[in-house]
Design a protein around this ligand. Sequence first.
Ligand SMILES: [Zn+2]
Length: 220
Amino acid sequence: MNAPPVQQLRETLAALHAELVRYELVTWTSGNISARVPGANLMVIKPSGIDYSDLTPASMVVCNLDGELVEGDHAPSSDAAAHGYVYREMIHVGGVVHTHSTYATAWSARAEAIPCVLTAQADEFGGEIPVGPFALIGGDAIGKAIVDTLSQHRSPAVLMRNHGVFTIGRDARAAVKAAVMCEDVARTVHLARVLGEPLAIDPADVDALYERYQSVYGQP
Ligand SMILES: [Zn+2]
């Protein structure tokens, strides 16, 4: 299969940003998705400060992996440098998502990792959903924090302390799936804790669930 050209990635990203709205992961103009342009040191990313209802394939922008605008009519997302840092350091990553989704961000405000107490969490995240350090926007601080934390976990999602969620995937759609699942897990584990103390899943069972889901689940 040929690598997706920029125009195809623009269309994919416009459609995926609508999914963030549909799953209620974003408010106002917060949140963003990017996709690596295969074979080039480039990414396609959401423009800064544009209403979700106004996002189109044409409004997406192309940046280099330092987060600088290469092609497009708008300024790139203010998180572009963080996305670019992830692509520079994690060559297997083809998509990055950032949201302030409510329940996951509530865990991040307490700097508490989400313990692995659901089989669906073991499937998708392979264990706890970790917390990354506090980092101010600008420069490489957020990108470095994302990479440092995710490099030590199987989870494709990290809860950045006092901020929100960053997820990675082999492509943008996989990163969006991780963002949707992260919020779902954060909500359910929160509710479980309100009712009592959630029960941990044996690490060997977490491994077995993760292995099965990552290798054989779904359509062949
Ligand atoms: Zn943010």
